[in-house]
Design a protein around this ligand. Structure first.
Ligand SMILES: [Zn+2]
Length: 240
């Protein structure tokens, strides 16, 4: 196999290697896509728990005020009985005032209770909304997990097919050229070959000039020529 043919096989190898690199990148990044869907579920769970906790707090407060009102009513009953038995007007007026104070207290507490009941109604609506959001977020997560798992399965399959292809192609490349390609590729973002633009005498990967001497060697096709700027193995499309 002459150099030009070797270069053709090397370009084929580069194509498969780039494909494998893209699939490997997907294998790494796809699982991370689930993170935001998981985060949404976590937020929804938190919001629901908070809303439920607040309902509980408000209900405890309501219970506390209701007990307080019961206590004041009992006290009022006692005062109402007591007022029947007083002997002096002064005592009567004092008790009357006390009863009025109790009435006012009850009135204020009942006002608070009404406000709390309105809060509870709002919060229960919030609980319902949070439950719906959690349902939706959980469903979306499940759907996304399934689709990403499916995509990963396909990527795994494609990678193993590409690896088989790579093995066959690499077997056809001269050992020394292959080693050189691997070395350059490792240091140059996965790209070990570069097409030479013969007319303009530049490397199409790094866009630097190619010396006339190298250009001539490249045209002759008797030896492997590398770009002096980026070190990639040059190939000329014309030669293929
Ligand atoms: Zn170059």
């Amino acid at each position: 196999m002459d150099i030009a043919e070797q270069m053709n096989v090397l370009v084929e190898l580069q194509t498969v290697d780039s494909s494998i690199d893209r699939y490997r990148d997907k294998q790494e990044k796809l699982p991370a896509q689930l993170a935001s869907a998981r985060e949404r579920v976590r937020h929804a769970e938190e919001a629901l728990q908070q809303a439920k906790d607040r309902v509980k707090e408000e209900e405890m407060q309501r219970k506390r005020l209701e007990l307080e009102v019961d206590g004041i009513r009992d006290e009022m009953d006692r005062l109402n009985k007591q007022i029947m038995q007083v002997k002096t007007n002064k005592e009567y007026q004092a008790l009357l005032k006390e009863i009025e104070d109790h009435k006012r207290k009850i009135f204020l507490r009942e006002d608070d209770i009404l406000e709390i009941m309105e809060n509870i109604e709002d919060l229960q609506a919030q609980v319902k909304r949070s439950e719906r959001e959690l349902d939706q977020a959980s469903k979306d997560l499940k759907d996304q997990s399934a689709s990403i798992q499916e995509e990963l399965r396909q990527v795994d399959l494609a990678v193993s097919q590409d690896l088989d292809r790579r093995e066959n192609i690499a077997a056809r490349v001269d050992k020394q050229i292959l080693a050189r390609y691997e070395r350059v590729r490792a240091g140059k973002g996965g790209i070990g070959v570069a097409m030479a633009n013969i007319d303009e005498a530049i490397c199409t990967m790094c866009h630097m000039d190619i010396r006339p001497q190298l250009l001539m060697e490249l045209k002759q096709g008797n030896k492997v020529v590398c770009c002096e700027s980026c070190n990639r193995i040059l190939f000329a499309r014309d030669a293929s």
